[in-house]
Design a protein around this ligand. Structure first.
Ligand code: GCU
Length: 423
């Protein structure tokens, strides 16, 4: 069936591939990605539980005192940039509330997170649903791709001025991503949801930093635009959503799940690596620069991602184009920074670009950090078959189908959160 949602995502993803296949102007060539498992070759990963001075890490105390800060700083220096704190003048303005949303089952709140005292400064427009049946609900949070009005059919959701300024045909994406968000299912299971449009923080293009918060907040955050990059900005946004949840009596800020799909999954991982208040993390098909091992030559590569999306990473990361083996980190070490918090990594069987096996191996190799806390992760170095979630505190599934977020995915996240939060 023709579907605008599918068309948008297939085309957005396919454009890069088509340009390469046709040999157009991009610096990368067809050698810059591989879909042939027999050509993957071998690679040695940097050792997670050994300090750079050679000392072996034996317990969680050593990990937290020495190796974790070291790994964190390597990612900050070579990949994502450093993460600033919250702006001093940040404040929350309630825009509108509807306590009879979703047929009376939820309260829908719209909140503007102002980052400066000046009303004309940058704002993150948030929409949240809190289940009316739960006095203090755990909450899933995540940034959305198509505006707050795209996540549910409820016509009461504001089409924000930031979205409208870039998309004059303002209603066109209303309810277009409802499968990706599953608001009703979450509320029926006693969870809240808070989401905001990711480009409120930084427009997703090479020069997006000029109008995004990397410029507008450079002074108040004390960080130059080149010291961090777009993925970090989006991850930082999740922490600001959590800041609001901490002020909301109906939300349980101790049980907040950071989620993100694809580029926003990469951002969510780095955000949660920096903000240990985020109690659980879901990486949905985050692929290269997210959960997937960079040294594994399958799907997207460091060269391709740096070429097509240079604004996602700091300049230092470009040094590793064509040479991921020289990186002092690999992505299992990013996932290890989430430990001992529950982590769910997913792939989709047709999403070869994100390298499902590489995503599984990222999660598998992070499990030794969980072991330091006596937590069980995944049972085997071999990925499971499709639609077979496996693992304990580190969980993984490879869903049938394409690059997307579906009801199946959400059902697994909810079951995982139920178990981990022991509701
Ligand atoms: C592109 C990009 C991926 C990214 C994806 C997305 O395909 O190459 O790295 O995950 O877009 O965000 O949808």
């Amino acid at each position: 069936m023709f579907n605008l949602k599918n068309r948008y995502f297939i085309s957005a993803r396919a454009i890069g591939h088509i340009l390469v296949l046709l040999g157009f102007g991009l610096a990368a060539s067809t050698q810059d990605f591989n879909y042939d498992e027999s050509k993957v070759g071998s690679h040695a990963l940097p050792e997670l539980l050994r300090n750079r001075d050679g000392k072996k890490i034996r317990d969680s105390r050593q990990w937290e005192r020495t190796r974790r800060p070291e790994v964190h700083s390597l990612f900050a220096t070579h990949v994502y940039g450093r993460m600033p704190g919250r702006p001093v003048a940040m404040h929350f303005v309630s825009v509108k509330d509807d306590n009879m949303a979703l047929g009376g089952r939820a309260t829908r709140k719209e909140i503007d997170i102002h980052f400066t005292s000046d009303a004309g400064g940058p704002v993150l427009h948030l929409v949240a649903w809190l289940p009316n049946a739960v006095p203090k609900a755990p909450v899933f949070i995540g940034l959305n791709f198509m505006g707050n009005h795209s996540v549910h059919a409820d016509t009461g959701i504001t089409v924000t001025d930031t979205w409208r300024s870039l998309h004059p045909d303002k209603e066109a994406t209303r309810a277009l991503q409802t499968e990706r968000w599953q608001v009703d299912t979450l509320v029926a299971h006693g969870y809240g949801l808070a989401t905001a449009w990711y480009q409120d923080l930084e427009p997703d293009r090479v020069d997006g930093w000029r109008t995004g918060i990397r410029s507008t907040l450079a002074e108040s955050l004390g960080i130059r635009p080149t010291e961090w990059a777009a993925l970090a900005v989006w991850g930082w946004g999740l922490s600001r959503i959590l800041d609001w949840l901490e002020t909301e009596p109906r939300a349980d800020a101790m049980r907040v799940v950071a989620t993100g799909h694809s580029r926003l999954g990469k951002g969510a991982l780095w955000g949660a690596a920096n903000d240990t208040r985020l109690a659980m993390v879901v990486s949905n098909e985050s692929g290269e620069g997210g959960a997937a091992i960079s040294r594994r030559n399958f799907g997207e590569t460091v060269t391709r991602i740096n070429t097509n999306f240079p604004h996602w990473f700091i300049d230092a990361y470009k040094v590793y184009n064509g040479a991921p083996e020289r990186l002092p980190v690999d992505q299992h070490m990013l996932l290890a920074l989430i430990a001992p918090r529950p982590l769910y990594v997913t792939s989709a069987a047709e999403d070869l670009w994100a390298d499902p096996t590489g995503e599984y191996l990222g999660a598998w190799h992070a499990c030794s950090a969980y072991s330091l806390y006596g937590k069980k992760g995944l049972p085997s170095p071999t990925p499971p078959g499709v639609n077979q979630p496996i693992g304990a505190t580190v969980r993984y599934h490879r869903r049938t189908g394409k690059h997307d977020v579906t009801l199946y995915d959400w059902q697994q996240y909810i079951a995982f959160a139920d178990e981990m939060f022991a509701k």
